[in-house]
Structure formats: structure tokens, C-alpha cells
Design a protein around this ligand. Sequence first.
Ligand code: AMP
Length: 429
Amino acid sequence: MGTQQTIQSIRGMNDWDVSTSDRLHHIEQQAQSIFAQAGYQKIRLPVLEKTELFARAVGNHTDVVEKEMYSFSDRNDQSLSLRPEGTAGLVRAIIENGWWQQGQLLRYQYTGPMFRRERPQKGRYRQFAQFGAEVFGASNPIIDSEIIHLSYQWLEALGLKNHIQLHINTIGESADRQQYRQALIDYLNPRYDELDEDSQRRLHTNPLRILDSKIEHTQQLLQQAPQLQDFINEKSQTHFTQVLQHLDTLNIDYHLNPQLVRGLDYYNDTVFEWMSDKTGSQNTLCGGGRYDSLMAELGGKNCSAVGFAAGLERMDAFYQKFIQQTLEHHDSIYVICQASSLSSAALFVATQARKILPSIRVVCDVQLGSLKSQFKRADKSGAKIALILAQEEYAKHILILKTLRDTATQKNLLLTDMDTVLPTYFNSA
Ligand code: AMP
């Protein structure tokens, strides 16, 4: 053993093992293909941005910016931050690169790491991956519904749709919230001493966040408080009604949740979250909404926008809880050879098999040793069939094909017949 001390990872930043990584990949792939099919193009953006971007976009008085950002001074004393979310950077990129022009509609999707210095617990990490989708240039309520519908299809594809519920609300325009904010402050000020500490702090910085406080007494105080709904302008009301009508048509159930305001400042009108009431405190899988003024606030054009983001690890926690199935790799081939002199021939055979079946995993045994130990490894790998290179047969261009699942069968296979025979073992290939 070495004498050096080992180095530990940073709290809240995880090394995911192979099976977790497999599930995360599966979850991510489902989203990527569902959204790609609906025209959402993939985009890659930096993880590091100027701190000012998040302060302006997400809001100085939000928890995310105030307490959770990884910010540091660069060598030239510029304050930089690891991105806590993806929307601000995307809007910055669109403005900077001139990607959006009046009259255009842009649909984007992205996946990547986000960073928030939160108290780590299951489903809440300091580095986590988000899948997000955003549409620019559409004020039509059908786009709100499209994003919700696609996120629903994703949850459905993962088998989660019966375990989650859509919470939805409208928070109107900024002017509505300004008026409501004052009414809420006027109502809560005389009750200041009864508020929990977090809510006291938020009263004059971000009072709307008090609405989704988890503290019971604060919730009791709020029961008689003015309601945001009474301050929403008519245009926003109509927009919201239309979003709900589309959801009805699409057969998506929703729960109207007047407490839902979301934690980031840039939202207006529709806000939504997919939640579960069956899991503990980290019960939100994904969230999103409209942010029609963000582009202009960051110095760009006026551009309507709507989007959503989901934490992949949070999705995985749900997936593990509700879908107990493990992702197995029965759809694979294991290549075995009888003697090390056949090793390079085995690589050739594996390459041929991969070309014939591009979506099937083909693994070569490189540890070699006895046939018995190679078969053991083949079995453990979960492969559906083994291709064996035996000296005598291979000299005649013949492989031995052995099925490893169900009932084991064995037969000879001419190298030249691989392209017709192998696909018959894999229906979906
Ligand atoms: P937000 O941007 O806060 O609305 O978060 C959107 C989604 O990202 C949440 O619904 C979670 O799925 C995920 N998420 C946010 N913060 C964390 C975190 N600290 N750890 C894991 N997932 C997170």
C-alpha cells in the first residue's frame, strides 16, 4: 500500500458507478430522442459564465444566486461562476451569436452538468446533470403545452407517468407581481414575528418565495393572505386558460397549484413542475415555464420564450424507486477464442459482427485462459450468444455459435454467413 494519503472527492459531487451511469444514459437518451423528433436541436454551451449573467438573469435575491453559486475570481479578477442552470447561458449565447431573428422560431435541447452549493442529500447534489428544452420566438400558448406534453411523453417512456403529477400555475406579468408583492408585504409585515427565519429574510427581497415555504405555521399564516390569482391581468388569464385547454385535449391531468411560483426570477405567465407525492422532500422531477422578458433584460431583442429542465439524477432516483427493473444487456455477443494465436482473428470477427449489428454490443474476451473461464465471463456479461473461435474450425472459416440464454444450443457458422445468421438472433436490430 502507498504511503500517500488518498484524495477524496468534493462533497455533493458524485462518482456514478456503471449501473447508475447506464440508467442516467438511458434516461437522457429517451429525452434526447423524444425532443429531437419534435424538432429540438442539440446545443452545447460553456459551464463557466460571468457571475453577472446569473445575477441578472436568475436574480440576485434568489437562493440559487445568493447562497448556492460556485463563484470565484479569475486571474484577471473577473468574477466567474459555474452555471447553476442552463437557460441564462443559452439566452446569452443567442444574443451574442445573433441566432434569433424576429419571426423565427428556435427549438433547442441541451444536457450537461449544473452546479449548486446546496446541502447534499439523496436527489440533491452540488453537481448534477440537467436535460433542458427551450423554445424562442413563440408567444402562442400551444408552445407551453408542447413542452409540457413532450416532458410528459418522456416520463411516460420511462414508465413514470402514473407516479407523478403536473402542478401548474400562472404568475402573470411582472407588473401584476409587483402589485401582488406589495399586497403580500403589507399583509405579512404585521405578522413578521410569526414567520420562520427564511421567510423573514425573504419578506423584503423575494416575498413570493414565501408562498412555497415548507414551514407549516408559515403556510397557516398564508391562508388568509392576498392571492396572486386576483392580481393576474386579463391577457395572462386568457393565455393560461388556453394552455389548460390544450392540456385537456392532450389528456394530460394537472393540479392547479396557486402556491407554485418557482425559484428563479425570470419567469412570467405559465409555470409548471412535475412532482410526486410519494417521495420525500426532493419530490420535484422537473420544472419550467415562460420567460418572455429575459432576452431583453440581458440586452437582446424582445423574444417570447418557454422552457423546462429536469435533473437526471433526480429522475434516476424516481426510476429506481418505481421501476425496479435493471437495464440488462441481453442484446449482446461475446467473442471467445480457444488459443491466444486466434486473438487477432477474434478482433476481426467482433468487428464484422459490430458492422452487421450496429446497435448490438459485441465484446471480445481478452483475458483468454480456459474456455470454461471465458464462458463464465460470457455468462456474467449477460450476452445472448457467444461466438467461439476454435483452431480446427476457424482454419475452415467456421465459427461456433452458442446461445447463452433460454436453452443453450450450439451450431457451426460459416464466416461468410454471419451477415444473414446473426440478425436472426436479435429481433430489434
Ligand atoms: P430548477 O432549475 O431549480 O427549477 O431545477 C430543475 C430541476 O433540476 C429540478 O426539478 C431537479 O430535478 C433538478 N435539480 C435542481 N437542483 C438540483 C440538485 N441540487 N441536485 C439534483 N437535481 C437538482
